[in-house]
Design a protein around this ligand. Structure first.
Ligand code: ADP
Length: 607
């Protein structure tokens, strides 16, 4: 990217500032420094001091008479403006003071001019030249003050992206929707002939890390066109109008390079709904958005500039952005299903050395809800672990451990639990596992561990569904709540006391119970009535109440009732199998980690 704005202009500003500083320094600051320590008195005082023989030394100059009084150890320098006084010489002799150098000799005016004006100017000139050279050398390394209003869009050379659709695993629907755009970029004439207008923009919506950026790059790679990428937050500027200028500049660049792809990541940062209220408003953001809307209307869709944007908060976007002629195509990029996960793992596994007997399908099964980015991370973590272990190939164990790292954090080996705490955690985890196993339709337990993790978990029970679940019945949700409460139930039953260890379970159980009532219509009282709306569907899915205060109070009561009921059920189940609970907990306490098979064999042996 070359810097279009003339940097020489900025240099002129730089020199003017330097000149002003020098002027100020020479008129006010330097003289003040030089004259520090010299007291100015009137001529009368000087004569009186002379007559009283207080003056020890004097120096008569054209502009001032300098004289010294006080003791030798602590001389005080004074000066006064001379008068046309013929008697002065006599008086000086009469006082008996010495004649000598009181202040430094005045430097010659020429030398002083040289030092205080010319030398600094020359110095600053060279500094200026150096800065200038730096700016001219490269846009990105240049001084930011010279780049106001320039977009930071990076131009990618087509060969540099190199990403093709085949690199993006799964996401078949999204790829299909984007294929048309690729086709258009290949051969715009075909579309023009028939009179079809290509959509100017497409919005990729989905949770973070699902490959939206990758897909946009792949479109550019497939069509073999330049790829401009900029994040919405890069448009957010301190000064009103700067963001808008950046948008203008981006589109100017894109038009010059057409056909090309412009990718705006996190468009929600600039495309938020304009609400019209709010003190002071957010002029900068609105101006940026308006500019974006105007540019999208303004450019010729037939030219081959396609704008792709990504967001994980589509509900916050301004409707004006979504109307036909702007981002009228909405392409969902969802979290991968089991097959998708396996495919993504396979794509990334190609980059590492795999040992034999690797079962990626098993890993895919144990990672429901993981995004592409997380899966890529799992493969990388596994490779890192293999290196740590001094192996040359990644084995299944590495992959399994890295799934746990991604889910629960690293093992925290130096965290020492007391024996009592370890026993509590063991009972807690076995409580979960036992209740899960004793209920039908619960996902099988695959691993139980009481090794603390960096996420703060002191232990956990891993359950893996045998196959992908898309629906959950009421009974299954209730089972899940019972399983979640079972840790606490076991603690209470065995130790007669409860601990803080159940905080996470409580949160999950409450969420589930609440969702059953307010969103899934699974309560007799409210039936199929929506009592909550979900916000940020792709980012955690927080819900906000959509009912009256009284209903909310009823809902709260019902949530408490539901969780309590399941807690009692879990306790009952554990009571009925108390022997197994003790035996399994003892086993876990000793071994720290047990597999699902070990767990089942002990459970069944007892039964
Ligand atoms: P987003 O833009 O949706 O937040 P990215 O496209 O930046 O996500 O994806 C982040 C990383 O995750 C990619 O660099 C890639 O390694 C991995 N990834 C995500 N989805 C996929 C996929 N479908 N296939 C292969 N890799 C993927």
């Amino acid at each position: 990217m070359k810097v279009e704005k003339n940097p020489r202009k900025s240099l002129v500003v730089f020199y003017v500032v330097v000149l002003a500083v020098l002027l100020l320094a020479n008129t006010f600051i330097l003289p003040a420094i030089m004259e520090a320590g010299i007291t100015e008195v009137d001529y009368g005082t000087f004569l009186r001091s002379l007559d009283q023989k207080d003056v020890r030394m004097v120096q008569v100059e054209k502009e001032y008479i300098y004289f010294v009084m006080g003791t030798e150890e602590e001389p005080q320098i004074f000066r006064t403006v001379p008068f046309a006084d013929d008697s002065l010489v006599d008086r000086l002799y009469a006082s008996g003071c010495a004649f000598g150098q009181v202040v430094e000799e005045e430097v010659s005016p020429f030398l002083s001019f040289l030092v205080s004006w010319v030398l600094p100017m020359v110095l600053f000139y060279f500094v200026g030249q150096m800065l200038m050279r730096k700016v001219m050398k490269g846009g990105s390394g240049g001084m930011p003050m010279m780049q106001f209003g320039k977009s930071n869009a990076k131009v990618y050379v087509p060969s540099a992206t190199g990403i093709k659709f085949q690199d993006v695993a799964g996401e078949e629907e999204a790829k299909e929707a984007l294929q048309e755009i690729v086709d258009f970029l290949h051969d715009p004439e075909k579309y023009r002939k028939i009179g079809a207008v290509m959509p100017k923009g497409a919005l990729l919506v989905g949770p973070p890390g699902t490959g939206k950026t990758m897909l946009a790059k792949a479109v550019a790679g497939e069509a073999n066109v330049p790829f401009f990428s900029i994040s919405g937050s890069e448009f957010v500027e301190m000064f009103v109008g700067m963001g808008a200028a950046k948008v203008r500049d981006l589109f100017k660049q894109a038009n010059e390079k057409a056909p090309c792809i412009v990718f705006i990541d996190e468009i929600d940062t600039i495309g938020k709904k304009r609400d019209g209220h709010g003190v002071g408003g957010n002029d900068e953001r609105e101006q940026t958005l308006n500019q974006l809307l105007t540019e999208m209307d303004g450019f010729d869709g037939g030219k081959g500039v396609v704008i792709l944007a990504a967001t994980n908060r589509p509900e916050t976007l301004d409707p004006a952005l979504l109307r036909p002629g702007r981002f009228d195509r909405r392409i969902p990029v969802e979290l991968p299903d089991q097959q998708g996960r396996e495919a993504i793992l396979a794509v990334h596994a190609k980059k590492v050395q795999l040992g034999s007997g690797i079962d990626l399908a098993a890993i895919a099964r144990s990672t429901p809800g993981a995004s592409g980015a997380e899966l890529a991370n799992i493969i990388n973590e596994a490779a890192l672990r293999a290196v740590r272990m001094g192996r040359e190939k990644v084995c299944q164990g590495d992959l399994e451990e890295s799934v746990e790292v991604v889910i629960a954090g690293y093992q925290k080996k130096n965290k020492v639990l007391s024996d009592k705490e370890r026993a509590i955690v063991a009972y807690h985890e076995i409580g979960h596992a036992l209740v899960a196993a004793l209920q039908t339709d619960s996902a099988p337990v695959t691993k139980i561990t009481i090794i603390p993790r960096t996420s703060g978990a002191l232990g956990y029970t891993m359950q893996v569904e045998e196959e992908e679940r898309n629906l959950m019945s009421k009974a299954e949700i209730e089972n899940k709540i019972a399983t979640l409460t079972a840790g606490r139930a076991a603690e209470e039953m065995v130790f007669g006391n409860v601990t803080t260890g159940a905080a996470n379970d409580i949160e999950k159980a409450t969420r589930l119970a609440r969702a059953m009532i307010t969103r899934y219509g699974m309560s007799d009282e409210f039936g199929m009535v929506m009592l909550e709306t979900v916000q940020n569907q792709y980012l955690g899915g927080d819900a906000s109440l959509a009912c009256s205060g009284e209903t909310a109070a009823l809902v709260d009561r019902k949530v408490v009732e539901t969780v309590k009921k399941q807690y009692e059920r879990a306790k009952q189940l554990l009571k009925n199998h108390e022997a197994q609970l003790h035996r399994l907990s003892r086993h876990l306490y000793d071994k720290e980690t047990i597999t699902g098979e070990e767990f089942m064999s002990i459970l069944q042996a007892e039964a």
